[in-house]
Design a protein around this ligand. Structure first.
Ligand code: ZN
Ligand code: ZN
Length: 403
């Protein structure tokens, strides 16, 4: 039997609950989606508990699990994933944080967590980059708007330290504290506090901030750090499963998790990680990359955004846009197509939930089951049954004849 290529499409936050606005249907069930329904008819479906029954997934843990990695062994935290997604080459033992440029008053009380959503902080980040404190190197790389990534490299560092971000406006920026009694945690907290103090002074006197002050704009004069994690190298998807793999995604976090497991990151222009993303461009590139790779992962973010905003009509319309873009998949040869989600983001909850997500396996070697449309309810009756997220990779390898 011939080996198939694998195309995994994760529609972030796709799963939902029935809504009155949609006549008692979920956005996926209410959407006009002839291509997805055709694939469901010709393929097999099921539902998936991504991190296990009753567990509410975060996107990074969910993706790592869907790629076949054990969270207990390999989860390194949001900070390192975001850093990897920015293309930072993290070394084993580096500590990475997510951070915001924020506005604090002379008491270090936060007056704006996003510094008035400052458009660009590259000039500010440049001034803070490459500082050395007690043998520790600080890398500061700007992200979009007020966001930045901070990476510490050096000996004797620990990720067991608290956030500097109190997550609330009006509160004081927090001192970083060690979270265990180790010398490494104490040392890391000390150098970070020293760094934050220095950074605050530099930022307060930076010409860009003086100019903002003059214009009455909030100054970007403080770095709020959160999500510390220590980089631990993991065996790649090639080493573990023999797959040459690549990732097509807009948002940094997904590129980061993919880079962590050794996928090649393919940049597609128009892939933004927002509802305005160019889904057609992503799918046609994915089809092209199936010639170069055994496993192509495509991430589509929009559904999650509308779920968080509680906009079920828009979520339904976005699913229809996805469906249109998926039409060329019906013509694929020797490819196992898997379409699913990393978690549900029900519009009624405006947040992730533990509700299982629908899964669809489609391809010319797949024997069809009796499901005739792709939806939360119909997939419950599919032949794949209830899948655990940690088994998805194994199942895909088996169906693609790659075990
Ligand atoms: Zn997600
Ligand atoms: Zn989300």
């Amino acid at each position: 039997m011939q080996k198939s290529k694998i195309l995994l499409i994760v529609c972030d936050g796709l799963g939902d609950l029935p809504s009155q606005e949609l006549g008692g249907k979920t956005p996926l069930e209410a959407a006009k989606k002839p291509n997805l329904d055709k694939m469901a008819r010709k393929g097999r479906t099921g539902i998936m508990q991504v991190l296990g029954k009753g567990v509410i997934p975060e996107s990074d843990s969910a993706h790592l699990t869907l790629f076949g990695y054990d969270l207990k062994k390999h989860y390194v935290g949001r900070g390192p994933f975001e850093a990897l997604g920015l293309g930072i080459n993290l070394k084993h033992g580096d500590i990475a944080f997510r951070s915001n440029f924020a506005t604090v008053d002379s008491d270090l009380r936060i007056t704006d967590r996003r510094a008035g959503r400052i458009e660009n902080c590259s000039e500010l980040a440049k001034k803070l980059n490459n500082m050395h404190i007690r043998g520790v190197h600080f890398l500061v790389k700007p992200g979009t708007e007020h966001r930045a990534t901070v990476v510490l490299s050096g000996n004797g560092l620990s990720e067991k330290i608290s956030d500097g971000d109190p997550h609330n406006t009006g509160e004081k920026a927090l001192k970083i504290l060690p979270l265990d009694k180790s010398r490494e945690a104490r040392f890391t907290a000390e150098v970070l506090n020293e760094f934050l103090e220095k950074a605050h002074k530099i930022l307060d006197n930076h010409p860009l901030n003086l100019e903002r002050k003059e214009k009455g704009l909030p100054t970007a004069n403080y770095l709020l750090l959160r999500g510390a994690g220590k980089m631990k190298k993991a065996p790649s998807i090639k080493e573990r499963f023999g797959l040459r793999a690549c990732c097509i995604a807009g948002a940094g976090l997904y590129k980061g998790v993919a880079a962590f497991v050794g996928m090649e990151i393919i940049e597609v222009s128009g892939a933004t990680g927002t509802p305005q993303t160019n889904i057609n461009a992503k799918i046609s590139r994915a089809i092209r990359e199936l010639e170069n790779f055994d496993y192509v992962f495509v991430h589509i973010k929009g559904c999650d955004v509308f779920g968080h905003d509680g906009k079920c009509i828009e979520k339904k319309q976005f699913i229809e846009k996805i469906d249109t873009a998926l039409e060329p998949l019906l013509e694929l040869k020797n490819t196992l197509v898997v379409i699913t989600a990393d978690h549900s983001t029900p519009c009624s909850k405006k947040n992730h939930s533990a509700d299982p997500v629908p899964v669809l396996f489609f391809g010319n070697q797949i024997k069809p089951d009796k499901t005739n449309c792709f939806g939360e309810n119909s997939c419950r009756k599919g032949a794949l049954g209830i899948i655990q997220g940690k088994n998805l990779m194994k199942l895909m390898l088996k169906e693609a004849k790659r075990t």
